[in-house]
Design a protein around this ligand. Structure first.
Ligand code: ADP
Ligand code: MG
Length: 289
């Protein structure tokens, strides 16, 4: 590209808070034909709220659950703690806290083994989920994330958490489709919840139940299929995928690691700036010829 075209493109982007870190980022944006988007914090606001706590077979033991989640830094954990505090649930002390990335967390509270997390976590602990299965399906069908709580190996509650899509996510997806770009949702959340939200946003390809360390491998898979991939994400667990992608795009409100790793930063945290960035890239490439 001519230095002038690069300067014009970079300047156009900067005016809209679309920060290309270098000339390559701008040039490669023109060739992108697949945009992979993280769900939580990228397509959604990343501010989950507890909408329902469904007890399974008696007391949901929210005090024990909140004690575990108080030790966790996960956004879902913060939502559970906020909910418990609002209800005035008693504060208890957790010991032997263990965070299990992509799964949940465990601890000992009042001498009881408490686990909070997804189906994978419960299966790894040998917790029988048959009584909670239908509840989980009902919660997921509403587009909510279902989190299980178990005490001493027995399921005590299913917690439903909602994380609203960003206002412009659906429009951003439509604009990308108009540009002839394939849009893929990539998430650590479960398949049913992810499918539901994807359907609301007009996304037809969903890769769900992805472990934090596996996001980059999914991007590489798409690249092996010949796709030129932009990966959009906000989290620490998105950073390797941002690095793997042809263009790594960070949400401005995201974590420092994501912003540092990305080739392109969306300062307004607006998904609509993804198609804008591709348009600017394409314009720059045209001027080069
Ligand atoms: P995402 O890619 O959506 O940010 P993560 O990989 O961080 O998701 O987590 C994947 C799933 O693991 C969550 O959707 C949730 O079901 C479960 N999980 C992880 N940490 C916790 C926690 N502290 N409390 C409850 N559930 C958790
Ligand atoms: Mg995220």
């Amino acid at each position: 590209a001519t230095p002038t075209a690069i300067m014009v493109g970079t300047g156009l982007g900067a005016k809209r808070g679309v920060l290309f870190k270098n000339a390559t980022a701008l040039e490669t944006s023109a060739k992108v034909n697949t945009v992979v988007m993280d769900k939580t914090g990228t397509l959604t606001r990343g501010e989950p709220e507890v909408t329902q706590v469904i007890a399974v077979g008696g007391d949901p033991h929210l005090d024990l659950v909140a004690a575990v989640e108080r030790e966790s830094e996960h956004p879902l954990a913060a939502a559970v703690v906020t909910h418990a505090d609002a209800l005035g649930v008693a504060t208890r002390k957790a010991a032997e806290f263990r965070n299990v990335p992509g799964h949940g967390a465990t601890a000992v509270v009042d001498g009881l083994d408490v686990a909070v997390g997804n189906r994978r976590l419960m299966e790894s602990l040998g917790v029988d989920l048959s009584a909670a299965g239908p509840i989980r399906e009902r919660v997921a069908a509403q587009g909510q994330t279902a989190v299980f709580a178990a005490v001493d190996g027995r399921i005590v509650a299913v917690i439903g958490l909602a994380d609203a899509p960003r206002e412009t996510s659906a429009r951003a997806v439509a604009a990308l489709h108009d540009q002839g770009v394939q849009v893929v949702m990539l998430t650590g959340d479960n398949q049913a919840t992810a499918q539901r939200i994807a359907a609301q946003l007009g996304i037809d390809t969903v890769i769900a139940d992805v472990l934090p360390g596996d996001k980059a491998a999914h991007v590489a898979d798409l690249q092996r299929q010949g796709r030129v991939v932009a990966m959009v994400g906000d989290g620490v667990n998105d950073a390797p995928a941002l690095a793997q992608a042809d263009v790594g795009v960070a949400i401005g409100a995201g974590t420092d690691v994501a912003i540092e790793t990305a080739d392109l930063v969306l300062m307004r945290s607006d998904p609509l700036d993804v198609p804008t960035a591709l348009t600017i890239g394409r314009g720059t490439l045209r001027k080069m010829r």
